[in-house]
Design a protein around this ligand. Structure first.
Ligand SMILES: Nc1ncnc2c1ncn2[C@@H]1O[C@H](COP(=O)(O)OP(=O)(O)OP(=O)(O)O)[C@@H](O)[C@H]1O
Ligand SMILES: [Mg+2]
Length: 233
């Protein structure tokens, strides 16, 4: 592990009634780096984000962020430390407008070093629409804007690509690269490998709560264990 890591996850465990959703996963992430986290359904990717973002307390292991142990903090505390996340299924306040959905997260001034979050994701024109009237792709972009509103230095992204059109996908990939260029670290959970490939070559492949591969996306595609978990059952 690098000494300059922004995030170091070590031997993280999370069980649900005896089921090991995370079974000792470890990885690290540098400032401004993008790491892809891939794996079949149920392999523990979302649980990993849920633990790092404070939604779940781990049953074992460490989350070190900017040199400090943070694994016992609640989500609002994680957000104030600079960790934010998007949700696999966004749940905006449907009766509030797009603009109000951002204001409830960041009331005073919705502009930070990323710029205005709604501008950043391209939703400014829809800011007076009710969030419930947005397409699922637009709700994903709103969720990204919400996550950006409190100026994260670590962004955990859970399947942003699903529901976006091909042109939206290219735009969003470029935006995520821009965020990394600003020094934000990104953990990108994704099934759509073409999207991951636009962002990074560095990936971890999970299966059954464990890392089974770490390396480049192109070498993952040739790895026997990776091929087996995707195709071999
Ligand atoms: N709150 C929970 N209670 C009980 N079991 C859970 C809970 N959250 C996750 N699990 C279980 O843990 C395992 C990992 O789930 P997780 O959602 O992390 O997988 P995933 O890799 O994100 O899958 P997908 O690609 O389908 O989103 C699954 O078997 C899931 O049913
Ligand atoms: Mg998931």
């Amino acid at each position: 592990m690098s000494h300059n890591s922004l995030l170091e996850v070590s031997n993280l465990r999370k069980t649900f009634g005896g089921f090991h959703a995370l079974d000792g996963i470890s990885f690290s992430l540098d400032k401004g780096e993008i790491l892809g986290l891939v794996g079949p359904n149920g392999s523990g990717k979302t649980t990993c984000i849920n633990v790092i973002s404070g939604l779940y307390r781990p049953d074992g292991g460490r989350v070190v962020f900017a040199g400090k142990n943070i694994e016992a903090n609640a989500p609002h505390r994680m957000a104030s430390l600079g960790i934010n996340r998007t949700f696999q299924v966004p749940k905006p306040f449907r009766e509030l407008t797009v603009a109000e959905n951002i204001l409830v997260v960041h009331p005073s001034d919705n502009r930070n070093h990323i710029g205005a979050p709604l501008d950043f994701v391209g939703l400014t024109d829809l800011s007076q629409r009710k969030a419930g009237s947005l397409t699922s792709g637009q709700q994903k972009l709103l969720d990204l804007a919400r996550a950006l509103a409190n100026n994260p230095s670590l962004l955990l992204i859970d399947e942003l690509a699903a529901g976006l059109s091909p042109s939206e996908l290219d735009e969003v990939a470029q935006k995520l690269l821009d965020l990394a260029g600003l020094g934000i670290s990104l953990l990108v959970v994704e099934h759509l490998l073409g999207f991951v490939n636009q962002l990074t070559q560095r990936v971890i492949v999970m299966n059954a709560g464990k890392e089974i591969f770490e390396g480049t996306l192109s070498s993952a595609a040739k790895d026997e264990r990776v091929i087996e978990v995707y195709l071999g059952r």
